[in-house]
Design a protein around this ligand. Structure first.
Ligand code: NAP
Length: 315
């Protein structure tokens, strides 16, 4: 196997994403050793039982000591506290990254607490499932999925390239963009769809008892797929909406305008408007299939992937 790219990888947070990184990095021989840190004794014990890393600790400062790559894998709202805890203990020259689904807020929270002699390269792997915790992780999660890096302009280019290599070698396609652009794009491709799913399932849940039972009983693919998305981790998604407020509200404004015009078209019996939109949207679906970001399948491409995990394209 090739020389490890990093001698010591520390993962702060060992849920779905942290444990998947650990499995993938180990499988591809990219790191010498893996240090696992998490907040609770219960999760730490589970990570140890699953043999996810080589060293385990509840102490973030102890965890990052001597690490040349630190990846923070906690809900985005916890980023500042983590940065405060690890900042003074980081090794000079270390690369510090994260996996948060929102980037501007994570940079705002973390950057002020990191010493000048480390390299901060924020990242977001656009891969996930609706499952959480260390049991949910698997090495193939990032394969053929995008990982977006959003390094601040002053970041050392060599550090960015090393992180690109890390993500590429665990199977991801990497793209570098500004944090602002990332947050706007993800608001429409991921955050608003989740909000719609939470809302539609919430609406069904609030219906009178007899109707609610029928909704569950006859849930066809449309509603059923919304329930899968709406089963995503509540803490993670609360933090995403609170931390990407501006971009989500901007996109939600556009969405609401478009919804209102559909409402009008239905009321007026304007079939042409509906037909034209549904034709255009079909072309978008075709485009996604053509670039291999999903497969043609009646269940939204939700194949039981390797090791029986359902996977989705983006969070
Ligand atoms: P997860 O499975 O729920 O694991 C969360 C980890 O963070 C656990 O180790 C947990 O510790 C720790 N944690 C939770 N709250 C914390 C707090 N307040 N302070 C410190 N540690 C805390 O989460 P995940 O799905 O891996 O998501 C982690 C990050 O990846 C999030 O920022 C999310 O936006 C991003 N992301 C998620 C997906 C996805 O589909 N899930 C996809 C791409 C990116 P304990 O268990 O010990 O409490």
């Amino acid at each position: 196997m090739a020389e490890p790219l990093f001698t010591r990888l520390t993962l702060i947070g060992i849920g779905l994403i942290g444990s998947s990184i650990a499995h993938a990095a180990r499988k591809s021989g990219l790191v010498g050793e893996i240090v696992v840190q998490t907040r609770s004794e219960k999760t730490l014990k589970r990570a140890e039982e699953l043999r996810i890393g080589d060293f385990y600790t509840l102490d973030p400062a102890e965890a990052v000591a001597g690490a040349d790559l630190v990846i923070v894998c906690v809900p985005v709202g916890a980023s500042e506290d983590v940065a405060k805890a690890i900042g003074p203990a980081l090794k000079p020259g270390a690369i510090v990254s994260d996996v948060g689904s929102v980037k501007m807020s994570v940079i705002r929270q973390m950057e002020p607490h990191l010493p000048a002699n480390v390299h901060f390269v924020p990242a977001h792997p656009i891969a996930g499932t609706e499952h959480s915790g260390p049991d949910a992780g698997f090495a193939e999660l990032f394969r053929n999925r995008w990982c977006i890096l959003t390094p601040p302009e002053s970041t050392n280019q060599n550090a960015v390239e090393r992180l690109v290599e890390f993500w590429t070698k665990i199977g991801a396609d990497v793209e570098v963009m500004s944090a602002k652009h990332h947050d706007l794009v993800l608001a429409i491709t991921s955050h608003i769809p989740h909000l719609i799913a939470y809302n539609i399932v919430g609406t069904a849940a609030d219906m009178e008892d007899n109707v609610r039972q029928e909704v569950i009983k006859f849930s066809a693919s449309g509603f059923r797929d919304f329930t899968r998305i709406a089963a995503s981790d509540p803490t993670m998604w609360r933090d995403i909406f609170l931390n990407n407020k501006d971009a989500v509200l901007e996109m939600l404004g556009r969405f609401t305008e478009d919804l209102t015009s559909l409402q009008r078209a239905i009321r007026r019996g304007d079939g042409d408007t509906l037909f034209d939109l549904f034709t255009r949207t079909r072309a978008i679906r075709r485009g996604i299939l053509d670039i291999g970001q999903d497969i043609e399948s009646p269940d939204f491409g939700r194949t039981p992937a390797a090791e029986g995990h359902g996977s989705t394209n983006g969070k």
